[in-house]
Design a protein around this ligand. Structure first.
Ligand code: NAD
Length: 392
């Protein structure tokens, strides 16, 4: 069901994310305007929507392609695209200056109570909206790729976003049949990517230090810990260059194995070679037995530490972290639930050992985690950890 106060939605940028967001918004019953400055990209975006709707109709997910496609108009001009919009979702390339300019442009042409949302995956919502007249209407709406399949949307507060804007944004996301999680502070990486950095980077540090091999790490995380993909396999799929740029932008140290791939132009699947060879090889090559010696606790302890830091900073809740990691990253269970199973004392001990050995600040156990352990909230075995457990 659509939200009463929202009829018209404009999506700016018809690329990978924009066309998908326009598609699901039309499926939910809204009138959609898809805008792109590049008319070829716009036509291609619309063609991709029609292709996807055909598949959904074949599978009985929607009744009529024409009805849904008929709700979508296309536009190349921003001013006319946004003038009747109740919600504008910007999904152009990940470039702060470009997004800032577009937000100013939208601000000048959209109605005063329209929500102005950005689908940025790593930039600051506050910075994107810093020059607009009503920053209280700006919000992050971080959809995951592909929007038609991924059920999660992170709803992010910028520094000046009002509760009313977030409430409307949450209702809008629910009306798309997606699950929103609230990110109450505009921290780098928001929730899901913040924790996912640990999943990808820690194995890369271990390989860089000669403590493990790539197939060992991937085999262990998939076969021993049930993650849907190994960290290196995932990095190859999502693009090592993109991961690299995000870390550069966030001042996050780059593991040497990642640097080497970037220097060699070996960006992953799209380049034909990354951590694995897709051109002359068979892509990810690992077997169940490869993972038995890999230290999975190292990786999971670092992710749990990141989760604790987010809780310490009041960015989000335990439940939203776990929902986010399951729906946004395909984790088999949330990282807080996993940490409780492992035992928070074990995790703090592991992190302290690393902190002492490597001196890196990311290994320092979060105060929140230490406090939980000190209070006897050491995980499932203790009856409480990140969660409370019914021990009856
Ligand atoms: P993309 O390169 O596929 O598409 C960007 C589109 O924006 C292009 O069609 C381009 O023509 C258009 N564009 C550029 N300048 C414009 C302007 N001034 N006005 C209107 N349109 C303009 O990019 P993408 O992968 O869809 O990413 C879009 C945003 O979504 C980025 O902020 C990205 O970080 C975020 N995001 C991407 C993914 C992903 O997996 N691709 C996932 C989540 C979030």
């Amino acid at each position: 069901m659509t939200v009463e106060s929202i009829q018209n939605v404009t999506v700016i940028g018809a690329g990978t994310m924009g066309h998908g967001i326009a598609e699901i918004t039309a499926m939910a019953g809204y009138s959609v305007t898809l805008q792109d400055v590049d008319s070829d990209a716009l036509a291609e975006g619309y063609r991709r929507i029609e292709w996807s709707l055909d598949k959904l109709a074949e599978n009985g997910v929607i009744e009529s392609v024409d009805t849904v496609a008929g709700r979508i108009d296309t536009e190349t001009e921003t001013a006319s695209a946004v003038k009747n919009a109740d919600v504008v979702i910007e999904a152009v390339s990940e470039d702060l200056e470009l997004k800032r300019t577009i937000f100013e442009d939208i601000d000048g042409h959209a109605s005063t109570d329209a929500i102005l949302a950005s689908n940025t995956s790593s930039l600051s919502v506050s910075k994107i909206a810093s020059e607009i007249s009503r920053p209280e209407r700006a919000v992050g709406l971080h959809f995951f790729n592909p929007p038609v399949k991924m059920d999660l949307v992170e709803v992010i507060y910028g520094a000046k976003t009002s509760d009313q804007t977030v409430d409307r944004a949450l209702s809008f996301v629910n009306s798309l049949d997606k699950k929103p999680i609230e990110v109450q502070k505009d921290v780098f990486g928001f929730v899901v990517n913040n924790i996912l950095h640990g999943f990808i980077d820690e194995p890369a540090w271990m390989v860089s230090r000669g403590e493990a091999t790539i197939p060992e790490a991937d085999a262990a995380m998939v076969h021993c810990r049930n993650y849907p993909m190994g960290p290196f396999e995932l990095a190859d799929l999502s693009g090592i260059d993109i991961a690299y740029d995000v870390r550069q932008a966030g001042d996050i140290p780059i593991p040497p194995v990642m640097q080497e791939r970037v220097d060699a132009g070996e960006y992953g699947r799209k380049a034909g070679v990354g951590y694995y060879d897709y051109e002359n090889g068979d892509g990810p090559m690992y077997e169940q037995g490869d993972g038995v010696t890999f230290d999975t606790l190292h990786v999971e302890a670092c992710m749990a530490n990141k989760a604790a830091e987010l809780l310490e900073q009041d960015v989000t809740t335990v439940e939203d972290i776990d929902t986010g990691m399951q729906l946004g990253a395909g984790f088999p269970v949330g990282i807080c639930e996993r940490a409780d199973e492992i035992g928070l004392g074990t995790i703090v001990q592991k992190l302290s050992t690393f902190h002492e050995k490597y001196g890196e600040s990311r290994y320092e156990p979060a105060e929140y985690l230490v406090q939980l352990v000190e209070e006897g909230h050491a995980g499932v075995a203790a009856g409480a950890g990140f969660y409370e457990y019914d021990t009856e």
